[in-house]
Ligand binder design. Structure first.
Ligand SMILES: [Zn+2]
Length: 230
């Protein structure tokens, strides 16, 4: 099963991805993690990414998509959950081509909808692990206070752009960028919109109801995945 999670910053994509990947044996792919891994490995592309980030820019679609395709090739047939990618219509179209090349099917796209005011509230309490990028809020805190669940680091920071005024600007940019993306997936018949205002458990339950729907559709269309694939 291959799915995309869409949602504004603070909607809980990272948290939900971690829950879903364990339950469904999917590999969680986020652009942040992919870039951090390359930088850590000090690969040629990693060095290029470091330079781009140091100069205050973001890696181009071309870099992100080539990392993404290589990563998918390494995973062979294993299912994936995409978080933070695609971010633009161009990326979505390119991902469709990559999937076709690698003989993968995108089963569905789940958009987690949360009101702007709620996002501002959540992000103004968010802190992030400096080592692995995992993010936490007042509601979703590490199991052991001050220790990252994912990598055991003790080093957390707050993003300067998580302050309310900066968040408003980021949300405007996000909404502008993703409108065409959402239209694209709606026209492809792949989009499911869920209410992200509830508790973590309620949102997970809603996502899972769609996942079982995707599985039924996939098996009906004649390309049932073996247990190994999902
Ligand atoms: Zn961490």
């Amino acid at each position: 099963m291959n799915i995309v999670l869409l949602g504004p910053p603070g909607a809980g994509k990272g948290t939900q991805s971690r829950i879903i990947q364990d339950k469904y044996h999917l590999v969680h792919i986020s652009t942040g993690d992919m870039c951090r891994d390359e930088v850590k490995r000090a690969s040629p592309i990693g060095k290029e990414i470091q330079q781009i980030i140091d100069s205050g820019r973001f890696p181009s679609d071309e870099i992100i998509l080539s990392l993404f395709e290589n990563h998918l090739i390494e995973l062979k047939g294993q299912g994936v959950i995409l978080d933070g990618i695609p971010r633009t219509l161009n990326q979505a179209q390119k991902i469709k081509e990559i999937f076709a090349r690698l003989d993968r099917t995108l089963d569905g796209v789940i958009q987690i909808a949360v009101k702007d005011e709620e996002l501002i509230q959540r992000l103004s309490h968010r802190y992030i692990c400096r080592n692995c990028g995992a993010s936490y809020t007042e509601e979703i805190h590490p199991h052991v206070q001050g220790v990252c669940d994912k990598c055991s680091s003790h080093d957390f920071f707050r993003r300067p752009d998580d302050e309310p005024d900066a968040i408003r600007t980021r949300l405007e940019v996000y909404n502008e960028q993703t409108k065409p993306l959402i239209k694209f997936y709606a026209e492809e018949g792949k989009l499911k919109v869920i209410d992200g205002m509830g508790s973590v458990e309620a949102v997970t339950a809603e996502i899972e109801s769609h996942l079982s729907e995707f599985q039924v559709l996939t098996s009906k269309s004649g390309c049932l995945y073996s247990a190994q694939d999902i």
